[in-house]
Design a protein around this ligand. Structure first.
Ligand code: ATR
Length: 279
């Protein structure tokens, strides 16, 4: 058995990377849990992800978070994948142990923990609408299904993409009574939870979603976050929904990565509050 050294090196790898809040989050987790670890930003050239990782490992690196645009390359690089990384088809967490490179994906459990534990919103037997069929949506599908919702509907602008995603995920449908695809125009009924996993908020755009999806009992969750509510959150709130942005998901996915590496689960409340105050 290899003992975990008292000092270990971790990084977040991406391009660009200067904006990443991960070093701040992990420094706070390390201080709160008494873990002696260093966590830095690592900029990889767009054509040099694998070489950058290998050099980091050669220097004694123990683990890495992986962000845009390298999550698919990290998936391909891993010598062993967790079930949730396989389902996501992408890796945001690498753990280096001898010759082994473990690839994991903590985004989905980060979302679920923020909704269930932090927002106190139980997902079992609920009707969930997931907006978007890209990497962000795919990354959270398995953990959502494992919460056993009554219904999980995925709506997307490009119908072919959402049909393919739903077909791929029928094999993972351990929980939802129905997992189905639709176009935005077909969204008619009210949902308990509506999650915006499109990238529309990045352009301050609103997915073309009917107001009928929202009501006072609806939680509208945007995976994006910022100092101001996103247009999606503003629209949902105007139609009576409770709203939440993705800052908690960011902190919770980091906590899960920290647990994967260090075997210690940090509390997230104080870190969440500190990050919110900095926005
Ligand atoms: P990500 O990794 O963030 O999911 P992606 O794989 O490029 O990025 O997927 C972006 C998602 O946002 C897609 O579902 C996209 O819809 P299409 O599949 O039709 O392209 C969705 N999207 C982006 N801008 C949107 C907008 N203005 N309205 C609705 N959906 C939008």
């Amino acid at each position: 058995m290899t003992a975990v050294p008292s000092f270990a090196a971790y990084v977040v790898i991406g391009n660009p990377i200067a904006h990443s809040k991960s070093p701040d989050i992990h420094a706070r987790f390390a201080a709160a849990t008494g873990q002696d670890m260093e966590y830095a930003r690592l900029l990889a050239p767009l054509d040099g992800f694998v070489a950058t990782v290998r050099e980091f490992v050669a220097q004694g690196g123990r683990g890495a978070n992986v962000t845009v645009p390298f999550k698919l390359e990290a998936y391909a690089l891993a010598s062993k994948l967790t079930a949730r990384a396989k389902a996501a088809g992408a890796v945001n967490t690498l753990k280096f142990d001898g010759d082994e490179i473990l690839g994991d994906n903590t985004d989905g459990v980060g979302l679920v923990n923020d909704i269930v534990l932090n927002a106190g919103f139980d997902l079992a037997h609920k009707k969930i609408l997931l907006l978007g069929a890209g990497g962000a949506a795919r990354g959270v599908l398995l953990p959502l299904l494992e919460c056993r919702p009554a219904q999980l509907t995925i709506a997307n602008r490009t119908t072919a993409k959402v049909l393919e995603l739903v077909q791929q995920f029928q094999q993972y449908n351990v929980g939802a009574r129905t997992l189905s695809a639709c176009g935005f125009a077909e969204v008619q009924q009210q949902y308990d939870l509506v999650i915006n996993a499109t990238s529309a908020s990045l352009q301050a755009e609103l997915p073309p979603i009917s107001a009928s999806a929202f009501g006072p009992a609806t939680l509208a969750y945007d995976m994006m976050y910022g100092a101001q509510p996103t247009v999606f959150m503003q629209f949902a709130a105007a139609h009576g929904a409770q709203v939440r942005d993705g800052l908690g998901m960011l902190v919770e996915q980091a906590a899960e990565s920290f647990f994967v590496w260090r075997g210690v689960r940090p509390h997230t409340d104080a870190v969440f509050a500190a990050l919110r105050a900095q926005l």
